[in-house]
Design a protein around this ligand. Sequence first.
Ligand code: NIG
Ligand code: FE
Length: 381
Amino acid sequence: MTLLIDNIGELFTATEEGILRDAAVVIDKGRFAYVGPTAGAPEADDRFDAQGGAVLPGFVDSHSHIVFAQDRAAEFAARMAGEPYTGGGIRTTVASTREASDAQLRATAQRIMGEMARQGTTTVEIKSGYGLSVRDEVRQLNIAGEFTSETTFLGAHTVPADTDADAYVDLVITDMLASAAPKAKWVDVFCERGAFDGEQARAVLTAGMKAGLLPRVHANQLTQGPGVQLAVELDAASADHCTHLSDADVDALAQGNTVATLLPGAEFSTRSPYPDARRLLDAGVEVALATDCNPGSSYTSSMPFCIALAVRDMGMTPTEAVLAATAGGAKALWRTDIGAIRVGARADLAILDAPSHVHLAYRPGTDLMAAVIGAGEVLYR
Ligand code: NIG
Ligand code: FE
């Protein structure tokens, strides 16, 4: 079955082709078979009328922590009454996640995946990091793997209450890694004051790489530190957060291959200053946007919300923000088959009930998704 999508208000390709008008796409076997002028489109078995709406690549949410139990609404409320965010609440979620059954964890992840799909997300990366024991990290990764191939071992998310950091890193890079590596594509570490320092982070990442995992780093979220430069040095796919950057950090990102993944939901939910996307873009750094969906620092599943924040408060244009949420996310996952509308790519689309991608930021908090297509299948309509 082939599917023609036409009557498109604007086709946001996220490729060098830019934005096309009077364009149509044809999908065959889950991939784009034609992208170009409506007049030249081949015949198809079925037709989807976009009714003048903008058509974008499905969003690539390259950073989430959605296998967990219990929310932390009270912690959020306390923050909004003046408490700071320190990352200390991670241990609260570790305790509840360890106690939860597989079925409970699966149900929460399933619910959030549904929220994401309804908001245009067609690829999601999912991290462990609320287990912090061999058994519980593997359990989280197994459940994450039911929802995505983009699974990340984040055993070094924080130091568990009953251990010291060096002893815990030893466990992470030996027994825990040995059990987790077959279940994960990526290795990640929270490099931050109060979590893991530069040397500990380096030990975790290099051990993960030796075990065949690919590196990515939680870097420079709460303070300046060594995370970003370590990520660039190890050629990590992405340095995530990048909220507190020195000029040397920006230079390193500009010269390296590491994507700066910005997570404005975290600054929103912790009432912190947003990362300066403009500074990064002006320096020539590749930027991605993701939700960081987790019960502590950023309990949003909405890429449109993150796009709106990035435009309003981080100096991005609407076009830059949508590129960061699509092609940027794909780059942050080292994927060439998603995040853009080009022949041969996986047919993932967000079809808006609005004439232009600008409306995602211009009409914040408004549901503009007319339909979402993942690998050629209608996920939501
Ligand atoms: O990306 N920074 C560390 N990890 C998460 C927060 C997790 C939590 O607070 O539960 C983050 O913001
Ligand atoms: Fe995170």
